[in-house]
Design a protein around this ligand. Structure first.
Ligand code: ADP
Ligand code: ZN
Length: 724
């Protein structure tokens, strides 16, 4: 059975391998065992019922809380040539009747229903006449009052479920709290069911927190390197949304606002513009997001602090569903914290204490100097084991440890006192650096004892320190004039009774996407951007003609692979991610023509995606050969591990074996897989030169056990690959 599921995955959907847990869940469903699946957004929940739906004789019902979600899913399924329908209040009576007829005649595999539609006697009547094999409850947390979107109608699903004793029940949610989980199981009476919980770590999200000092400038800086990318900017209030929206519009961005103050029509229109790539950016309050299935959201920027970790996680979760890198930046300020505190204090107990606890959890995350994934995952009850994720600001701050910044903090704060708290960051910095600007001369500030005492640092460093001092509450910035005011605690620093420690921000380059490789995937780092843009245009054209969102035709991942491999015929095209047989038939010609023309113009040849899907299917090739070839064709080691459902160490062992049999390995992917700092990498290489690369123990000892074996194994392969 699993074999046919895999076949559907590859031939119908055009994906090579299952994501973690998908295969296990599908197996359970096909065996008619009730199952609860908890997977983060983008984890791939839909396939867990869509593939069984194609393998069952009878109908699969999918309960979904939002019309927009149903519509999106059905559109996507139609693109794959999969018969699917919905029944809800958005249909005209004629459309409704037509769909009812198709259900009755067994002309569809999947039927999406709003819970209230399911509860209607005429629907129950209709369903009593057909064979139903699977009863799926999407967004199952809506059943629980402890969840964030409780829907009373969901409560009655348990009752209706009894109408279909032969159907297996599959409940899916991205909400991880144990309380909600238990509620779902109890209410749906899933007694002997199995629960699958996927990891909540979203590896492709880059997490960064920055001190908020000049938010508009910071937002513009951030957007500057992200032209044409889709993203969401969350603000605290409607007013803030409107202001920022106008700022960005003035700068020429394709942007739309979204908040509860707009009319329903405007909201729908703006959301639609975003989904269809007519607007790149949505500036929104938390009202925005539910029901958005757009997989290629490339960034989520929090202009203001979110309410708690859970909503933060939910909001950033809307980025990068397609598995490609996405950036999450949060602008953090002390005054936002105070604002939230103010709101919390308006609440009654026990909500007040709960909200306080939530805020504390959020602050732990925002203020941590260790890997951001540690507190984030801890909140969801997971222990994050790696000590360097390579995808958060703290981990990229390399091996820097907290620095003692007390001396500079004293210089800065006393300078603020000397200028009588009348000026802002730039002015103070200029005085510290000994500037003789006109204004400083006129004010007589060249005479101050603090004039010129800060030449050891550049402007950037002082600016960063000042942000840190504001964030830690030693100073405040006047919201109107930007002048700096000392707070009570600053006295302690000036007296020398309190020390200031921290890490100055060194990750701007990483978030700019310049200094570092964007990810560890060769395709993502090296695809042909100008071909990609042409393909995107083509996709948008076709989408507009058909009135569907571009991503429904092909996700970015597909276009990216096309712009890396330059497939020249339909056989090669079928090997590209997300190109199944239906889409190949429908769009293959148009995209191939474009790629061929481009490749001709530039004199580029096709790059073979070494392992064809067919070959994988029928091959009796040894595993380590397959892994070696796929690795050399540009897949990252992590990707291979995930795809094969094994540990990174296993992939490394495979690659070693491959190498030992005389094959070459490309060094870049190995270097990318290492999480060591550049300095450490050099140290390891030196130790390998000295001791020879084959035996790891002497190298381990030589480095005073400071680098663990798993890292040494990566570097060993890199060393070997490089010195062949
Ligand atoms: P969720 O509902 O858990 O948020 P989706 O089911 O929408 O996630 O899947 C997210 C994206 O990942 C979709 O674009 C989907 O087509 C894609 N996807 C799902 N499973 C796989 C897979 N096994 N291989 C490749 N892509 C997949
Ligand atoms: Zn990290």
């Amino acid at each position: 059975m699993s074999q046919s599921a895999r076949k559907v995955l590859q031939e119908t959907f055009g994906y090579e391998n299952f994501r973690p847990l998908q295969e296990e869940v599908i197996r359970k469903v096909l065996n008619k065992n009730d199952t609860l699946v908890i997977m983060p957004t983008g984890g791939g929940k839909s396939l867990c019922y869509q593939i069984p739906a194609l393998l069952f004789d009878g109908l699969t019902i999918v309960i979904s809380p939002l019309i927009s979600l149903m519509k999106d899913q059905v559109e996507q399924l139609h693109e794959f040539n999969i018969p699917a329908l919905f029944l809800n209040s958005s249909l005209t009576p004629e459309e409704y009747e037509e769909n009812v007829r198709k259900v009755r005649n067994g002309e569809t595999n999947l039927l999406y229903l709003a819970p209230e539609t399911l509860l209607m006697p005429r629907t129950r009547n209709l369903l009593a006449q057909v064979k139903i094999d699977c009863f799926t409850i999407d967004e199952a947390h809506c059943i629980s009052e402890w969840g964030h979107d409780f829907r009373p109608e969901y409560r009655q699903l348990a009752e209706v479920r009894k109408d279909f004793p032969d159907a297996v029940c599959l409940a899916l949610t991205a909400t991880a709290t144990p309380r909600v989980r238990e509620d779902i199981r109890q209410i749906l009476e899933m007694k002997d069911s199995q629960t699958f919980v996927a990891s909540f770590d979203r590896k492709n999200l880059f997490l960064k927190i920055a001190d908020k000092d000049d938010p508009v400038e910071q937002v513009l800086d951030f957007l500057y390197t992200r032209k044409n990318q889709s993203g969401i900017i969350y603000c605290f209030s409607r007013r803030q949304v409107d202001e920022l929206y106008l700022d960005l519009k003035d700068e020429g961005y394709a942007v739309k606002p979204y908040h509860a103050g707009l009319s329903e029509r405007e909201r729908t229109r703006n959301q639609e513009a975003f989904i269809r790539d007519d607007a790149d950016i949505i500036v929104a309050t938390i009202a925005f997001g539910m029901g958005i299935n757009k997989p290629d959201v490339r960034f989520v920027l929090h202009h203001d602090m979110p309410q708690n970790i859970e909503s933060y996680y939910q909001q950033i979760g809307r980025a990068g569903r397609d598995g490609l890198r996405a950036d999450c930046l949060l602008l953090f300020s002390h005054s936002d914290t105070q604002k939230i505190n103010y709101f919390i204090n308006q609440k009654e107990e026990p909500e007040k204490s709960v909200a306080k606890k939530h805020l504390d959890n959020l602050l732990d995350y925002l203020e941590t100097t260790e890997c951001r994934r540690v507190p984030l995952m801890a909140y969801f009850g997971e222990t994050y084991k790696k000590d360097n994720c390579g995808m958060c600001d703290n981990c990229l701050a390399l091996d820097s440890e907290k620095e003692d910044l007390t001396e500079q903090a004293q210089k800065f704060l006393s300078c603020v006192v000397r200028i009588e708290e009348r000026y802002g960051i730039n002015y103070v910095t200029d005085v510290l650096r000994g500037s003789h600007q006109k204004k400083i001369l006129e004010n007589g500030h060249t005479e101050l004892s603090t004039h010129g005492i800060g030449k050891e640092w550049n402007r950037d460093q002082w600016t960063q320190l000042s942000r840190l001092l504001i964030r830690k509450g030693y100073m405040k910035k006047d919201p109107k004039y930007g002048s700096l005011k000392l707070q009570a605690e600053a006295k302690e620093v000036l007296k020398g009774t309190q020390r200031v420690e921290g890490i100055l921000d060194r990750t701007q380059a990483a978030i700019d996407g310049k200094a570092v490789e964007r990810t560890s995937s060769e395709v993502e780092n090296r695809y042909d951007e100008s071909l990609f843009e042409r393909l995107r245009k083509k996709r948008k054209e076709i989408a507009d003609e058909q009135g569907i969102p571009p991503y429904v035709i092909f996700p970015d991942t597909t276009l990216m692979e096309m712009s890396y491999y330059y497939p020249q015929d339909s056989e090669s095209l079928l090997q590209i991610y997300g190109v199944g047989s239906a889409k190949e038939k429908k769009y293959g010609r148009e995209f191939l023509d474009l790629i061929r023309k481009y490749a001709d113009e530039k004199g580029i040849k096709e790059r073979s995606k070494d392992i064809e899907k067919k070959k994988i299917r029928h091959s009796d090739k040894k595993k380590h050969h397959r892994v070696g070839e796929e690795y050399n064709s540009g897949k990252s080691i992590e990707h291979l591990a995930e795809q094969n459902g094994v540990k990174v160490a296993t992939i490394l062992a495979n690659l070693k074996k491959y190498y030992d049999e005389g094959f070459d390995l490309s060094p870049e992917g190995l270097l990318a897989a290492s999480t060591l700092s550049e300095r450490k990498k050099d140290e390891v290489i030196k130790a390998m030169k000295k001791n020879g690369p084959e035996l790891l123990k002497p190298i381990y000892e030589d480095l005073n056990k400071s680098v663990d074996y798993s890292e040494l194994r990566v570097m060993q392969l890199y060393y070997l690959a490089n010195n062949k």
